[in-house]
Design a protein around this ligand. Sequence first.
Ligand SMILES: Cc1cc2nc3c(=O)[nH]c(=O)nc-3n(C[C@H](O)[C@H](O)[C@H](O)COP(=O)(O)OP(=O)(O)OC[C@H]3O[C@@H](n4cnc5c(N)ncnc54)[C@H](O)[C@@H]3O)c2cc1C
Length: 378
Amino acid sequence: MSAQAREDSCDVLIVGGGPAGSSCARVLKRAGLDVLVMDKSEFPRDKVCAGWITPQVVEELSLDVEDYARGRVLQPINSFVTGMGQRANPPVRYDKVVSYGIRRCEFDHYLLERSGARLRLGDTWKSMERDGDRWRVNGGISAALVIGAGGHFCPVARFLGAHLGKEERAISAQEIEFAMSDSQAALCVVSGQQPELYFCEDLKGYGWCFRKGNYLNVGLGREGNHRLAEQVQAFAQGLAAQGRIPADLPGKFKGHAYLLYAHANRPVIGDAVMIIGDAAGLAYTQSGEGIRPAIESGMMAAATALAANRDYSSTRLLSYETSLRARFGERGGAPALSFLPTTLRLSIARALMQTRWFARNVILDRWFLHARVPALGA
Ligand SMILES: Cc1cc2nc3c(=O)[nH]c(=O)nc-3n(C[C@H](O)[C@H](O)[C@H](O)COP(=O)(O)OP(=O)(O)OC[C@H]3O[C@@H](n4cnc5c(N)ncnc54)[C@H](O)[C@@H]3O)c2cc1C
């Protein structure tokens, strides 16, 4: 019998075992619900990502950092280099740890196992239809509530009416992550405690090089995918020419897309369905950080489900939409200084971004670290 045909029944089926799905599963499971997580991949699986998280994420997950760091990469960060094009500004230093570097293959696996949910890995969502007041998924799994956590191309989001990829203004990104050889590590001047972020001259994205223990992650993400591969290559070659990263990067860059909060317009609830994480288009607009909103949306969807007290009609789930808006604001909105002509706005922004004050107070503290936004539930 194929895995899809196996009969099963649960209170909540979560489609996708990334940070959104596992965080939601953990809260529901701890409240006593029977939770099943389905993922098309076997875990540990990789996810195209730089793997940077803030201390608020650690707090929201109640992550025991000592336990986590045993046998896994957890790179503390207390400084950043920001720059424009290939030009680096002086580092911005902090007197405490302001971020961590993780590897997604380890992080996502750890969180999914820790959730305590029943798992159906290597099982792809294919269909679902109403069966009385329950859902029948893939013809065999009966669930009172389905939560779509399948990332940018989540099939449950499509089922709810999202036009994936067609009318969406997505970020396209490519990265490579690899364990450095001894000679590469000796030549790499990027420090683990100090990742480097370089904004594109047109301010439509940024590149990064990020050392995590012995692993190096280099990548670039920007609006649209026009000639992305060329821009990624030029970025990596520029860093190598400066001697910042090894020239002999092994393997190919891998790509993925996702939506920024301001640009996304996907339905997030339906009758007995909620959509969380990248599937709902929640990544922070300025930084592209998506792990924290994925976790927070998973926790908010779980709180909504528990408050609904087994009545999962769309009106009872509306409070999830309200919680997203209360936490992340209204979607859309014009860019700062939008009343100015684009060229003038760009030159003002470029000049500002190269000042020390702006790099620290706006780019880092506000856009990247969300230093003044406490962990959810804190
Ligand atoms: C290049 C790049 C760099 C990034 N760097 C960072 C960073 O440093 N920090 C940060 O916070 N964010 C970063 N992000 C964003 C971050 O990766 C995402 O926001 C985050 O992974 C969203 O988590 P999620 O759980 O919603 O989805 P995902 O992590 O994408 O998980 C979705 C899961 O759903 C499963 N799935 C998909 N389809 C199906 C199906 N049909 N059936 C069953 N299962 C399915 C997938 O296998 C996957 O395991 C980056 C993104 C990119 C592209």
